[in-house]
Design a protein around this ligand. Structure first.
Ligand code: HEM
Length: 205
């Protein structure tokens, strides 16, 4: 049996799960408002008017908690030459041909690029969401800006939804990853295999 290494504190995990739950609620209520095909989802939020009222508040909670989480993980997601090398050899990664792959720190290149996509989408969603938030802020902006904001809001939301599908799929696909965000720990074997430089840093081995 391999021993465990701490990957996330309880505070980091709570922060992540608030963002994840708020994301699911924001996505469901947002899709309900986006197209009539998804209108049935308003039933989850107490009907059309309530969905419309709640959606921006849920979005604001998600964005604020995401900003707190991103600030924590900011430095760890800086792209390094090893990440570029790893990304260039993504075929070997997917086929489990690990020989000669660069040693990685806490996150791999895929996680890091996705992190920056999340940051960009979240900032865009927050800024455009404030501009179109009736009746609080929207009256202060010109109509052309509201029109641009509504398109950007939908675009950023779709990119983020696709990004999170990839994020969740990758978390399930790489066995032993989910427990990092549930229990806070990973096995030594997992760390050694996927993030060897981080493993060395944590264990001194
Ligand atoms: C909805 C279900 C979700 C699941 C099952 C999930 C799962 C996970 C797991 C297992 C990790 C740890 C990965 C590792 O340490 O290598 C992680 C990290 C992370 N997750 Fe999620 N997640 C979900 C939703 C979200 C959402 C909605 C966001 C943001 C919009 C998000 C942002 C992050 C970030 C920023 C990290 C740290 C990785 C990094 O900084 O690159 N997650 N997630």
């Amino acid at each position: 049996m391999s021993t465990s290494i701490q990957r996330y504190t309880a505070r980091e995990r709570s922060n992540h799960w608030v963002v994840a739950i708020a994301f699911i609620l924001a996505a469901l209520s947002g899709l309900a408002l986006f197209h009539p095909a998804f209108f049935f989802l308003t039933q989850l939020f107490g009907g059309g008017p309530w969905t419309r009222i709640l959606h921006p508040f849920i979005g604001a909670v998600m964005a604020l908690f995401f900003i707190a989480m991103a600030a924590r993980f900011w430095k760890l997601n800086r792209i390094t030459p090893a990440d570029r090398q790893w990304m260039a050899r993504i075929k070997d990664v997917l086929c489990n041909r690990d020989q000669g792959l660069p040693e990685l720190g806490k996150y791999n290149g895929g996680q890091k690029y996705l992190f920056w996509i999340m940051v960009l989408c979240m900032l865009l969603l927050l800024a455009s969401g404030i501009v179109i938030w009736q009746p609080w802020f929207a009256p202060y902006f010109p109509i052309w800006l509201l029109r641009v904001a509504v398109v950007l809001h939908a675009l950023a939301a779709w990119i983020l939804i696709l990004g999170i599908v990839v994020h969740v799929y990758a978390a399930i696909w790489v066995r032993g990853t989910i427990r990092a965000m549930t229990r806070g720990t990973v096995s030594e074997a997992w760390a050694k295999h996927h993030h060897r430089a981080w493993y060395r840093e944590m264990t001194g081995k």
